[in-house]
Write a protein that binds this ligand. Structure first.
Ligand code: SF4
Length: 480
């Protein structure tokens, strides 16, 4: 049954995936927080984006859609220590001076943004990620917040969220954030088992984690998200079930249960992980499946892929209505919202263009101070990209693709445009991953877990990769 099947009442229960399917579908594929994925941006020579055009596109977006609210993401890259599983753009530093310089560079970006007029548009979704944003001192947190909100107004009821690391976040910082208007916090737990925590070099007690969450709730932050990761060294079914039980006792509004992406060729520090101590594909699926059943039994709605939320959370309500969306920040209720991004390596989307800031921190600081912008690459979306993105995101977010709606939005005949894809989906239909009718393509419960495999069929760049004899294994994480 699919989580979106009204008759199924969104209760997937425990899932059994036959071993032969597991072997066939444990491949590598993108997570599709964007389409095309960032590694494919420069593949289409006609759509390469000249970073010099970014200010003009911002100005165009300000003029064309003055009343549409924006998403605004700020990246704070600093962490006190490096967790071995980390896949983010981080700088390990405790230097206050370095943080001050960084804030100055973000302010230079903001000043240049202001000149384009984009600040006339309000912000609905405001998020700080990292790195560890709470590696900033209370006065630095306040400085950054005021620098941004003096140029961008928030709409009433805006989502104002921040990632915190309980190991470095003080009660004073939580108080400052709540007073500034942050209403959501997100934090990594990964696993409460001490042996696992030592293996990934991130020891974080349950007491510490609960202390930060309790403080946030006391200060009126209404939504808590926690991240868990499976596939780490020394994890087992019993051990992870214990972690899930302890998380359920905390009862966060949202839970992300990520599959560990082991990509040491991209993230060199991951090579220090003990690969032999990691659970195999079958055990990982058991761990994941047990967790789905446990969250389901505790009343959480499975949003698909790796996200759960309490039934009255707006993501659950959007999932029920079929209006869930996905962007670089993960699942969201905001369809097609343009996103401004600040800070090193951050990715934004404006006026039909994806843009990314330079990923090297010293270069970012220099460029932002000298030119205001530190954009170094981008991708101008073609009509075909827009169509395929729509199809892939519908599948990833709502577990189904309504053919008439796609046809109406893009002026196509679904069967004709995607004849090849429909043919390629036949074995996946036979394997029970999805059903196909003249009205819709709909994921089954197993397909919900393997949705990246289904989505990849609609990815033109994955098709071209395959035609070159490449599997994507050196680029993307495993689907299982
Ligand atoms: S705290 Fe988060 S961002 Fe920093 S190293 Fe650990 S996982 Fe990466």
């Amino acid at each position: 049954m699919s989580p979106r099947d009204p008759e199924a009442d969104a209760r997937p229960g425990r899932l059994e995936v036959p071993k032969e399917l597991l072997e066939r579908y444990a491949t590598s594929a993108p997570r599709y927080t964007s389409y095309p994925t960032a590694v494919d941006w420069e593949k289409d020579p006609g759509k390469a984006f000249d970073p010099e055009d970014y200010p003009a596109r911002l100005a165009a977006a300000a003029d064309a859609r003055p009343d549409e609210a924006l998403s605004l993401y700020t990246h704070v890259p600093y962490c006190a220590e490096l967790c071995l599983f980390c896949g983010c753009n981080v700088q390990i530093s405790r230097s206050d001076e370095r943080r001050e310089r960084y804030l100055g560079a973000v302010e230079a970006e903001l000043a240049r943004l202001e000149e384009t007029g984009i600040g006339r548009r309000k912000v609905q979704q405001f998020h700080w990620g990292g790195g560890t944003p709470t590696s900033l001192s209370p006065s630095q947190l306040e400085r950054l917040f005021r620098s941004i909100t003096s140029r961008f107004d928030l709409v009433d009821g805006a989502e104002v969220s921040i990632e915190v690391d309980p190991r470095v976040t003080t009660h004073e910082q939580i108080g400052v954030l709540a007073d500034l208007g942050f209403n959501r916090i997100s934090m990594g737990i990964q696993d409460f088992d001490l042996e696992v925590q030592k293996a990934i070099k991130r020891v974080q007690s349950e007491e510490l984690t609960r202390g930060v969450i309790d403080r946030a709730r006391e200060k009126g932050m209404g939504s808590v998200n926690v991240d868990l990761i499976y596939g780490l060294p020394h994890q087992s079914r019993a051990g992870f079930a214990d972690t899930v039980e302890r998380v359920l006792d905390i009862r966060p509004e949202r839970v992300a249960l990520f599959h560990y992406a082991h990509v040491p060729w991209m993230k060199g520090h991951q090579a220090a992980m003990d690969v032999d101590a990691m659970p195999g594909a079958a055990e990982k699926l058991d761990i994941f499946s047990d967790a789905i059943a446990a969250f389901d039994a505790a009343g959480y709605v499975y949003l698909g892929l790796d996200h759960f939320a309490l039934p009255d959370d707006e993501l659950s309500l959007a999932a029920k209505d079929g209006t869930l969306h996905r962007n670089f920040m993960g699942y969201t209720t905001q369809r097609g919202r343009e996103m401004i991004s600040l800070g090193v390596s951050s990715i934004g989307e404006i006026d039909g263009v994806y843009v990314q800031n330079i990923a090297n921190e010293p270069e970012y600081v220099t460029l932002a101070n000298e030119r205001g912008f530190a954009t170094y690459r981008g991708h101008d979306m073609s009509a075909e990209d827009e169509l395929r993105r729509d199809v892939i995101l519908e599948l990833m977010c709502n577990g189904r693709i309504g053919r008439p709606a796609i046809e109406a939005r893009h002026g196509i005949d679904f069967g004709e445009t995607f004849a090849l894809e429909l043919e390629e989906l036949e074995p996946l239909v036979a394997d029970g991953l999805l059903t196909v009718s003249s009205e819709e393509l709909r994921l089954t419960a197993i397909g919900q877990i393997l949705m990246r495999n289904v989505a990849a069929v609609f990815d033109r760049y994955m098709r071209e990769r395959k035609a070159r004899g490449q599997s994507g294994s050196g680029t993307f994480s495993k689907t299982l």
